[in-house]
Design a protein around this ligand. Structure first.
Ligand code: CTP
Length: 444
């Protein structure tokens, strides 16, 4: 009996999928089809898959060609499958030509002609249309998003707004964009959604105006420096059925999502303590980050990361918050320890622009603890440890490059599917603004 194996996502099952399965089956007597899991697709950067794993498995089943269907969950699994199922032939479309030659050591590798003019990506784009996303600001983070947006299908990141014409012209040329404007109203007319990547104090105004003009908003962190403003923005978004996302990239990344689910599943018992640190030593004191009038300082600049971890783990209903800061001879905090008290647990966050400290996240429970080494905010690797070191469990999920593609992809999904943000809930985002506001009030 000749055993054949093939793999794919098989999203929105189309003629190309039917043809490849047919051709694969013709290569032998028994066909095994590997369907990618949601998590695997995410970790390999394939975002925006429309159908669930179950639906995609159903698609393959209905074709009638598969004798066995398996789930592909991790990179390197193909070799294991080929050995385990004693596979004779590996079949894949010609778009992958050469990419699987390394499997020749284990079985015959056959690339079959891909069906022209059809793909899941095309169907997804046709179904949901292309979102015209404009960038507000042309700084460092905007440049990163420009690059990352290439990994999210269904988005046309082709528009930029800025006050400095020289700068946005350069940005437009460098990233081959279509349109720039120094007039915000003009710019808003051209787009369906905006990504706000400007200094903190401008977020609220830009976001509010965009929402009032019916545009979805993905706003860099912190969304607002005051609770009431954040509440107002979410209210406008809700009234107008628009999507408003705070762009704290960690919260949308595959490893962090897995980490939170694991921690909350009780694997380390009851969570009693969360300790998260994020420091970024900067020495050029002329920068905005050190300017009090531009809301500089460690808390405004860095605290959203540790706070989102704490809030995801212990909730947004803290009982009390305290701050201990070091200012040196500056107007802004160079280092701050934030202490959040909960009815049955405690959390501490350390942030510093002028003090360096190990950037790790430790979640302590009644049965064990989880350690996420620096840089934990680009969550990739973590360990669950217990009293007995032999029981340690290790986890790894890739965090791709700058990791902005995850938030962008979720933002797009929310717009297309009319769903709210499940990774950072409105209340969680508002709680972060409230904590920052409380801190800033201490020195007003
Ligand atoms: N395939 C094909 N002809 C097409 C599309 C896909 O032969 N027009 C093959 C691929 O080469 C692969 C299998 O179908 O062997 C599953 O591919 P998959 O990635 O699920 O399909 P795509 O339509 O290419 O999906 P996407 O656009 O999301 O990349």
């Amino acid at each position: 009996m000749i055993k054949v194996i093939t793999y794919g996502t098989f999203d929105l099952f189309h003629e190309g999928h039917y043809n490849i399965l047919k051709k694969a089956k013709e290569q032998g007597d028994y066909l095994i089809v590997g369907v990618t899991s949601e998590n695997y697709d995410k970790t390999r950067g394939k975002l925006n898959v429309k159908q669930s794993l179950i639906e995609r498995i159903e698609n393959v089943k209905k074709s009638g060609f598969a004798d066995k269907i398996i789930v592909e969950e991790y990179i390197g699994q193909k070799i294991e499958d080929i050995k385990k199922f004693k596979v004779d032939k590996f079949v894949i479309g010609s778009d992958w030509l050469g990419k699987f030659d390394y499997l020749k050591e284990y079985c015959e590798v056959i690339y079959v002609e891909r069906t022209k003019g059809i793909s899941s990506t095309q169907l997804r784009n046709k179904e949901r249309g292309i979102l015209k996303l404009g960038c507000v600001g042309a700084g460092r983070i905007a440049r990163r998003m420009c690059k990352e947006s290439k990994y999210v299908s269904g988005i046309n990141f082709d528009y930029v707004y800025g006050r400095n014409e020289e700068k946005i012209k350069e940005f437009t040329n460098k990233y081959d964009l279509n349109f720039y404007s120094t007039d915000y109203n003009e710019f808003l007319k051209e787009v369906d959604a905006v990504y706000i990547a400007t200094p903190h104090l401008t977020h609220y105004e830009f976001a509010k105006k965009a929402l009032e003009k019916g545009k979805h908003v993905l706003c860099e962190k912190p969304l607002c420096l005051e609770k009431a403003k954040a509440e107002e923005l979410y209210r406008i978004a809700k009234e107008r059925k628009l999507v408003l996302y705070e762009a704290i990239k960690t919260a949308y990344s595959p490893a962090f999502i897995r980490l939170i689910s694991l921690a909350k599943s009780g694997v380390i018992g009851e969570i009693k303590d969360v300790d998260a640190t994020f420091t970024k030593l900067m020495t050029d004191y002329s920068l905005r980050e050190f300017d009090k009038n531009q809301a500089g300082g460690s808390v405004t600049e860095l605290s959203t990361y540790p706070l989102i971890a704490i809030i995801k783990l212990l909730g947004y209903k803290y009982e009390d918050v305290e701050f201990v800061s070091y200012y040196g001879d500056k107007d802004v905090d160079l280092y701050t320890k934030i202490i959040l008290k909960y009815p049955n647990s405690i959390a501490t966050a350390q942030v510093g622009l002028g003090v360096k400290r190990e950037g790790e996240l430790i979640i302590s429970g009644t049965k064990g603890y989880i350690i996420v080494p620096a840089p934990w905010w680009k969550t990739e690797y973590f360990e669950i440890r217990f009293e007995n070191p032999n029981d340690t469990e290790k986890y790894f999920y890739k965090f791709e490059e700058d990791g902005l593609r995850y938030e962008l992809s979720e933002f797009l999904n929310s717009i297309v599917n009319h769903t709210s943000n499940i990774h950072i809930k409105e209340e969680e985002s508002i709680a972060i603004s409230e904590i920052i506001e409380k801190f800033r009030k201490l020195r007003l």
